[in-house]
Design a protein around this ligand. Structure first.
Ligand code: FES
Length: 141
């Protein structure tokens, strides 16, 4: 069954970008550029007159230390370390499914990374879960 927006329009892909802010000192995607990424993707979608795709800013997605983070559904593709300069590539993914290989990430809860730096195996760098009350809101764009 195809995804639909709240207005009943067919949605091919939906990008969620973390714009979470936080006062505890733990890294958060909002102050690290999440809002600029959302704005950049929106500008690119408007410029291309893209249909059938959505972008929503979101609260914490989990892997805070790796942010800014985003996920594309229904593909289930996660990105980390994004910048505003990745906006056009993110829109490519939304429109035609082309993934931004340089920024691919592991989804939270996945098996630990077997790469030499072992980032994902460090519990300090995985999943958020503990910070409540400072997550952003979700708004349709
Ligand atoms: S603050 Fe963005 S993933 Fe946690």
């Amino acid at each position: 069954m195809p995804m639909r927006s709240q207005h009943g329009r067919r949605v091919v892909r939906h990008l969620f970008v973390c714009t979470n802010g936080r006062s505890s000192g733990k890294p958060a995607c909002g102050p690290r550029g999440g809002e600029a990424i959302v704005a950049g993707v929106q500008r690119e979608l408007i410029a291309r007159r893209a249909l059938g795709v959505l972008i929503t800013d979101s609260g914490c997605l989990g892997p805070c230390f790796d942010g800014p983070n985003a996920v594309v559904y229904p593909d289930g593709v996660w990105y980390s370390g994004l910048t505003e300069g990745d906006a056009a590539a993110l829109v490519d993914h939304l429109i035609d499914g082309t993934q931004l290989a340089a920024k691919l990430s592991h989804r939270p809860g996945a098996e630990p990374d077997s790469s030499p730096d072992g980032d994902s195996a460090d519990p300090e760098r995985s999943g958020d879960g503990g910070d409540t009350g400072d997550h952003g809101n979700d708004r349709q764009r």
